[in-house]
Design a protein around this ligand. Sequence first.
Ligand SMILES: *Cc1c(COP(=O)(O)O)cnc(C)c1O
Length: 392
Amino acid sequence: MRFKEARRIKNLPPYLFARIEQVIAQKKEEGVDVISLGIGDPDMPTPEHIIKDAEKQLYVAENHQYPSSVGMLSYRKSVADFYARRFGVELDPKTEVVSLIGSKEGIAHISWCYLDPGDVVLVPDPGYPVYSGGAILAGAEPYYMPLTADKGFLPDLNAIPEDVARKAKMMFINYPNNPTGAVADEAFYIEVIAFARKYEILVCHDNAYSEVSYEGYKPLSFLEIPGAKEVGIEFSSVSKAYNMTGWRIGWAVGNPAVIEALGRFKTNIDSGQFQAIQYAAMAGLNGPQEIVATNNEIYRERRDIVVDGLNAMGWSLEKPKATFYIWAPVPKGFTSASFAEYVIERAGVVITPGNGYGEQGEGYFRISITIPKERIAEALERMKNNIGKVEF
Ligand SMILES: *Cc1c(COP(=O)(O)O)cnc(C)c1O
């Protein structure tokens, strides 16, 4: 039997990393010692105090029952306390915080709350694939805002056609940015808020990398900017800060009406996250924070190996201030796909072709530094020896 898929799933592009995993598997079968700089997923373990706390909670009978879809109040309070401490942002845990099964879950579902079929949503290109994926599943039409090097990989809001801006109901932004590693300052967010007010657009800021930064740079929360809570919400999680991507726990915070709608949606499709995992996230948020600085120092060393290594081959890259990504142009004569293929064939190194993040990513590739520095150094050494000097 061959069942006809719904249009909404047929229109969905295959998830980028599924394809990369296929290539890796194939090379490994051929006996190549593949080094993957492809996937952005912290390789270091979750800190022990978090695991210990979760373990203790595993034995508590009331945690074995259905949790609340929107999260325990004590969990939401921990998120609010984190926002107060880290960003100086006041949040009401009852109305302005909702738990998520990882921020990816909320990013995908917010489109279902605010977009009807045919509605327009502004999406960064290149960008995290879930923004357009969630919107397409909801039947909406993404309008892609180009992120280009000359604008510091910030969208040019003035370049959005008037009719598109009027039709748009929602906008996704993400700084520190995946895949470009770019950061945004207060002036940019002020511009976003003015734009959102003028055209009545819900702003969804993805702050997944707020804690991954270097040399004293502290990423902002969108909610720090006056007026942000009137026009938007922010997504984040414990995933990147505390090496907890596998635990699947995050949050959305901000505009109470939007948080209520997202919570109402969730009560209809899931029952929230296992309480022991909510406690683990609380242990991360409320516990000792040295892990963040320790991680960042490890990533900084790795970042320097990549950027210095590529620059020695002919690139002229600046070191990103945040995220664990290096976004770089492909050499002359290559496309994103042909260069990624060339690098795996020649050096056995997996890089992510930039066009996987959108049309504007064509001509770029992304390197992720979530593997040990020895392996990163070896990858760069192999690239130097087997690819050599490049031109642009
Ligand atoms: C990793 C990541 C997320 C989501 O992480 P969760 O584990 O679902 O919280 C969201 N946005 C971006 C840009 C990411 O890179």
